[in-house]
Design a protein around this ligand. Structure first.
Ligand code: CTP
Ligand code: MG
Length: 175
């Protein structure tokens, strides 16, 4: 019973990171112009710093909607976060983790949009959690089992929402 409660709490806790990560896909579908965060810069390896899949518009919208989600959960689910800072760091970390993931993919020679299993699905969440736990340490629902289950659920959710985004025409790749 306790295990289920921890998992439920863990999933509610990370929602602002999920929302920040998903928002750019929707927003980019509806805006006419976008600007790459790396401003087109090419690195020593002849590849883009981040590539065209990380845009300023995506970053700003992901942060904005993620922060609103964080604030809403902070108010609606008392006790889930220990401070406003903690929940605000989740969308910030999610966007940072996603950008770091793109940086790593480019250095591995993977073009924008190519699949990097595991990194694509949980990289953003690992950085989000790391950042959110800095102010107060790990939350009380955290144990090894809950952590592993949270990562597996995140990966499955990422894959299924991406497949859905593909089916409704938001993305041109199913993963
Ligand atoms: N996106 C964006 N800006 C961000 C993050 C995402 O504009 N900071 C948009 C892009 O249109 C991107 C889409 O969301 O194509 C899906 O994100 P993601 O799968 O992370 O990017 P990829 O296109 O797969 O690029 P990469 O290989 O660099 O991860
Ligand atoms: Mg991708």
């Amino acid at each position: 019973m306790w295990a289920m409660q921890n998992i439920a709490e863990a999933i509610i806790y990370v929602v602002p990171a999920y929302i920040a990560n998903g928002t750019p896909v929707v927003v980019l579908r509806y805006i006419k112009q976008s600007h790459p965060i790396d401003l087109g810069v090419v690195m020593w390896d002849g590849r883009r710093l981040l590539g065209d899949g990380k845009t300023i518009e995506g970053l700003v919208s992901g942060l904005a909607v993620g922060l609103v989600a964080a604030l809403s959960l902070y108010v609606l689910v008392p006790g889930i976060y220990r401070s406003l800072l903690e929940c605000g760091l989740l969308p910030v970390g999610a966007m940072m983790g996603d950008i770091l993931g793109a940086f790593i993919k480019r250095r591995m020679g993977l073009e924008r949009g190519r699949s990097a299993p595991v990194l694509d699905q949980i990289g953003f969440l690992l950085v989000a959690l790391l950042l959110a736990w800095l102010p107060h340490g790990a939350p009380i629902w955290l144990d090894a089992q809950t952590f592993v289950i949270l990562l597996v659920i995140t990966a499955l959710l990422h894959l299924s929402t991406n497949a859905l985004a593909y089916l409704v025409g938001l993305k041109d790749k199913w993963y």
